[in-house]
Design a protein around this ligand. Structure first.
Ligand code: NAD
Ligand code: ZN
Ligand code: ZN
Length: 344
């Protein structure tokens, strides 16, 4: 079968032919219907060998959807042809975090060598993929896999981040979304669907700001040194009750911190190497800073339910499997609007 692999440190992803995998006991083989391309893959591919944490080659893709193609020994509850989404942050399934469905915070995954598909285990940008356990599959229930597949990360990650901050997002409040790409453009829609907050979006180009407005941002502001001041102006000097940074680079983290209100939640989702200095007199009184990772199994089910209710419209740009390397180039160059989705 064809697969898109990151084969050696510092090289671009390649389309290769590899043996079609077979599901082992307890596993499920999916014929991939769609796979999303996340900016985290670019971060992984820019790491030096010593901090990679897993061997290469790696089949990319941690946003996956497919139809059940074969069941490993002992698997029940799924039928061949079922259309499913893959819950990506695989954990051990039994530690206290996994027992709550929070496999993204599994306390034993590292020790047991369990890694998400596309981030250590063979991923979804291939014709077929093996899912280690049926609990990592959620039925799509009529959703189109092409527009639903980004929900497994670009939907789930902002949903998890926003859900924690819902108590702060009361009527009259403001939420700021920094970076309106794959995750950010879904975050804006989640904020509009789940809260009465006024949403201010920040990005670096007019095209990205246009998408932000199109998906529901009340205000769209160019992300530069003046952006935090603009947010203060728009909020009568108070700042925003929740700030979500989907870039996480030093300048955006500084902006996130500078536009937060007293008692705000500042959530750093992007992994752009920035960090916020938190301290008395440095950050607003009682502001909480968090850096969450992905989301829980229950939250993925909730995001898919929300999509089924029709309030999330993921903007996708589709690419054939052979063109996946181009999709990564476009993402790297900031040219993808919404999410790039690979169709094997
Ligand atoms: P993306 O490339 O689709 O979107 C990033 C957006 O940020 C783009 O629209 C880009 O124009 C914009 N941007 C770049 N520099 C900016 C700046 N200075 N100010 C404002 N906007 C700016 O990326 P994505 O796939 O949505 O991922 C977003 C980030 O989240 C990445 O860092 C990714 O690695 C990270 N991520 C984290 C988690 C997690 O669990 N914490 C999960 C998924 C992705
Ligand atoms: Zn991701
Ligand atoms: Zn666990």
């Amino acid at each position: 079968m064809k697969a898109v692999q990151y084969r050696s440190v510092g090289t671009a992803p390649e389309v290769v032919t590899v043996p079609r995998p077979a599901p082992g006991p307890g596993q499920v083989l999916l014929k991939v219907t769609a796979a999303g391309v996340c900016h985290s893959d670019i971060a992984v591919m820019s790491r030096p060998a010593e901090s990679l944490g897993f061997p290469l080659p790696l089949t990319l893709g941690h946003e996956g959807a497919g139809t059940v193609a074969a069941l490993g020994e002992g698997v029940s509850g799924l039928a061949l042809g079922d259309s499913v989404a893959v819950y990506g942050p695989w954990g051990c399934g039994t530690c206290p975090m996994c027992a709550q469905g929070k496999e993204n915070y599994c306390t034993r995954a590292a020790e047991l060598g369990i890694r998400p598909p596309g981030l250590g285990a063979p991923g979804a940008i291939a014709e077929y993929m093996v899912v280690d356990d049926p609990r990592h599959l959620v039925p799509l229930g009529g959703l189109d896999p092409v527009t639903a597949v980004p929900l497994t990360d670009a939907g789930l990650t902002p949903y998890h981040a926003i859900k924690t901050s819902l108590p702060k997002l009361t009527p009259g409040s403001t939420a700021v979304v920094i970076g309106t790409g794959g995750l950010g453009h879904v975050a804006i829609q989640l904020l509009r669907a789940l809260t009465p907050a006024r949403v201010i979006a920040l990005d670096v180009t007019e095209e990205k700001l246009a998408l932000a407005r199109e998906v529901g941002a009340h205000e769209a502001v160019l992300s530069d040194g003046a952006a935090a001041g603009r947010v203060r102006e728009l909020t009568g000097g108070l700042g925003a009750q929740a700030v979500f940074d989907f870039v996480g680079a030093p300048p955006t983290v500084a902006t996130a911190s500078a536009c937060a209100a007293v008692e705000a939640d500042v959530t750093l989702v992007g992994i752009g190497g920035g960090a916020a200095p938190v301290g008395f007199g440095t950050t607003p009184f009682d502001a909480a800073f968090r850096a969450p990772y992905w989301g829980s199994r229950a939250e993925l089910i909730e995001v898919l339910d929300l999509a089924r209710s029709g309030v999330i419209d993921v903007h996708v740009e589709t690419y054939a499997l052979d063109d996946a390397p181009t999709a990564y180039e476009h993402l790297h160059e900031g040219r993808v609007h919404g999410r790039a989705v690979i169709l094997p």
